[in-house]
Design a protein around this ligand. Structure first.
Ligand code: 5GP
Ligand code: ZN
Length: 115
C-alpha cells in the first residue's frame, strides 16, 4: 500500500524522480538529500510502513540483504574506513520521515558524522 502524502512512497516508486543506486520489486536505494558523508544512502521499501514495528518478514529480510550488498558496493567504490547502518523509529529516536528506511553511512578518517 502507498500513502498519497508520503514523500518516501513517491521517491521509492519513481513518482518523484531521483538518483537510484539500486532498485528491485521491493526496495529502492536512493542518495540522502542531506548526506552525513559521501555515499550516504537510504534503503526504502516501495510499500509504506511507518516504522520497524509494522514491517513484514519478507521486506525486513530483503532490506537487510540489500544493506549487505550496498555496504559492499560502497566499500569497493568509495573505500571508507568504516560504515554505519542506522535505522530510526519514532521522533524521540530521531526519525523525521515516517516511512521506514535504513541509512547506510560510510565513514572516513576525521569525518564529523554525528549519529
Ligand atoms: P530519519 O531522520 O527519518 O531517520 O532520516 C530521514 C532522512 O531522509 C534524512 O537523512 C534526510 O536528509 C533524508 N531526506 C528527507 N527528505 C528527503 C528527500 O526528499 N529526498 C531524499 N533523497 N532524502 C530525504
Ligand atoms: Zn510512504
Amino acid at each position: 500500500m502507498k500513502k498519497d502524502d508520503c514523500i518516501f512512497c513517491k521517491l521509492a516508486n519513481g513518482i518523484i524522480p531521483t538518483n537510484s543506486l539500486y532498485e528491485d520489486d521491493i526496495v529502492n536505494v536512493i542518495f540522502d538529500a542531506n548526506p552525513a558523508s559521501e555515499g550516504h544512502v537510504l534503503i526504502l521499501p516501495k510499500e509504506h510502513f511507518d516504522n520497524i514495528y509494522s514491517l513484514d518478514d519478507k521486506t525486513a529480510a530483503h532490506v537487510f540483504q540489500v544493506a549487505v550488498k550496498v555496504a559492499n558496493a560502497i566499500n569497493d567504490s568509495l573505500h571508507p574506513v568504516g560504515l554505519n547502518v542506522v535505522q530510526n523509529n519514532g521522533e524521540a529516536a530521531g526519525q523525521t520521515v515516517f516511512h521506514f528506511h535504513m541509512h547506510i553511512i560510510p565513514r572516513y578518517e576525521n569525518d564529523t558524522v554525528n549519529i
